[in-house]
Design a protein around this ligand. Structure first.
Ligand code: NCD
Length: 333
């Protein structure tokens, strides 16, 4: 795809046109359209998940398989990273071995920033700390648009993200994505779970600390797991009181006379943020999100592969000109 970034770190790396094309392409692929990859080469993709994952990692693996590509699951624990090699040198090694794209998940926010100027390899962020998780937000937008009859129909609809918004990378990506399509976003949860400095953005986002008010105002709820692994101090509430105040069950929906689709990026803690009854019902959209994740990730890989970026792996661009002067092999600028 022309102008598609070589490093997809966050939603802000994409133009709206790219996002619209991804939605369209995911839909085509779901309808059985064949992959559109350069004929002259086979696709090779590595996943390097330095943090736990079930959905993201395996849906990328399925996407690669459906694109008839080759998948390497890079195990950081058994790699030369443990011998002190830098991540940049590791990624360059993968590039020169012929890997086209590396999908990286890390505990550390903004880890990929350093590669943006000189990409050692094409990179897709599979989630970095509490910063961004762009592919999840894109597949969520795709699922919402399917549910509501197209992306245009989402204009003016209200989606409430409920729970630990502050520590959730998915929330940060959704906050960058959904308003671009005229979707009103409510950030809903206990005060300590609302992103800091949100007061500066109150023209863009509504904040609610009341679940009944949230349910009444919304067309869809997007629930979150409490991200305890990212909390610097312990969560003050108990899980039981969180469930009573914020857990979504049919009782709360009935009380507010609402039936609406419930989304969740997974993994869900059933019995905390959502009841088993909801998970067993037709308003639970998480399975559809998982199904669609494969098509959206196929579309993203395809877009990145076809962007024809010539700069990848260009370490010599970093060498000062006078060192390279007179050496035509090194002086590749
Ligand atoms: C999310 C993540 O890893 O950020 N899960 C996912 O990728 N589907 C959400 C979470 O872990 O709560």
């Amino acid at each position: 795809m022309v102008g598609f970034p070589s490093i997809l770190e966050g939603i802000k790396d994409l133009k709206k046109g790219h996002i619209l094309q991804l939605l369209e392409r995911a839909e085509d692929l779901k309808s059985g359209s064949p992959a559109r990859l350069p004929l002259q080469k086979s696709l090779a993709v590595a996943t390097s998940f330095l943090e736990h994952s079930t959905r993201t990692k395996h849906s990328f693996a399925m996407a690669i398989k459906r694109l008839q590509g080759f998948h390497i699951d890079f195990q950081a624990e058994n790699s030369s990273l443990k011998k002190g090699e830098s991540l940049e040198q590791t990624l360059l090694t993968l590039h020169y071995q012929g890997i086209d794209i590396c999908i990286i998940r890390t505990k550390q926010s903004h880890l990929l920033d350093e590669f943006k100027e000189h990409p050692p390899i094409k990179i897709i962020n599979g989630g970095d700390g509490s910063n961004q998780h762009p592919t999840q937000a894109l597949l969520d937008l795709y699922t919402l648009s399917e549910q509501f009859g197209g992306v245009e129909s989402l204009k003016g609809k209200t989606v409430a993200i409920v729970g630990d918004c502050r520590h959730s990378r998915v929330t940060h990506s959704l906050m960058d994505l959904l308003p671009q399509f005229g979707i009103n976003v409510i950030l809903s949860g206990p005060k300590e779970f609302i992103p800091q400095n949100i007061e500066d953005e109150t023209n863009k986002f509504q904040v609610s600390n009341d679940i009944d008010e949230t349910i009444k105002m919304s067309d869809a709820l997007y629930l979150l797991r409490i991200q305890s692994e990212r909390h610097t101090k312990g969560f003050e509430d108990t899980l039981t009181s969180y469930k009573d105040s914020w857990g979504i069950d049919f009782e709360k929906l009935r009380k507010n006379e609402k039936s609406l689709p419930i989304y969740h990026p997974g993994p869900a803690n059933i019995g905390v943020e959502v009841s088993q009854e909801i998970v067993d019902s037709e308003i639970w959209m998480a399975h559809e999100q998982v199904r669609n994740s494969v098509y959206m990730r196929m579309a993203i890989i395809e877009a990145m592969i076809t962007n024809e970026d010539q700069k990848i792996g260009s370490i010599y661009n970093k060498v000062p000109g006078d060192i390279c002067a007179g050496n035509s092999r090194l002086n590749t600028k």
